[in-house]
Design a protein around this ligand. Sequence first.
Ligand code: PXP
Length: 244
Amino acid sequence: MAINIIRLGVNIDHVATIRNARGGLHPDPVKAALLAEEAGADGITAHLREDRRHISDRDIDRLMASLTVPLNLEMAATEEMLGIALSHKPASACIVPEKRQELTTEGGLDVVGGYDHLVSFVQRLRDANISVSLFIDPNEQQVRAAKKIGADKVELHTGTYVEKTGAARAAELDRLRKGAELCESLDMEVHAGHGLTYDTVVDIAAIPQFTEFNIGHFLIGEAIFIGLVDSIQKMKDLMDKGRA
Ligand code: PXP
């Protein structure tokens, strides 16, 4: 069943990156999240990393208290993060791989290899009525393992597609398309995210199975030039154009 509307989840991590560069309170990621809501964001995404390099525990408290759109909490599969998720009960949790030294999330979660570790995380989050997403590469085995483990949805990693050019990009777009079709055939909702820009979002939006994109770094960077509201609205327009 192809869906015509794509939701935009705005990731506000890098507002916190700028704030933390000086250690004060400005710019406030919660203020950015509320502005993103006004601009038409359908959800807010925040990644509480183990090292708290951008989003803080207090940011999560304040987001939960102030948002009117759903919060998607990105988290590693650790007992600490599980406890935080269960105490806040965000609308959804997206489980991502996390390595301390990485600049950003590199590669998708290995659901096949980590199955035994992940299965109880997925179950405990779902038992708390938190919708669980797994961030994976567009790989058949990973999609099938996500279904088997009981995830409500997957988010396909678009980072490789964004980085490549020419034939390699076309091949990765095809992998994303096939991954999205497989999710649909397994009756599993499918999202996309990582590294998306104005130039790269249109072709991804043309894949009808995707129902949500989570986009952060580009939107926050573009806000320097045209403002956050306009950067979000332009992204939504391009998503609509791609889908049409
Ligand atoms: N989706 C997931 C699972 C991510 O880990 C990230 C990066 O935090 C994003 C989406 C957003 O990526 P970007 O900031 O490159 O738009």
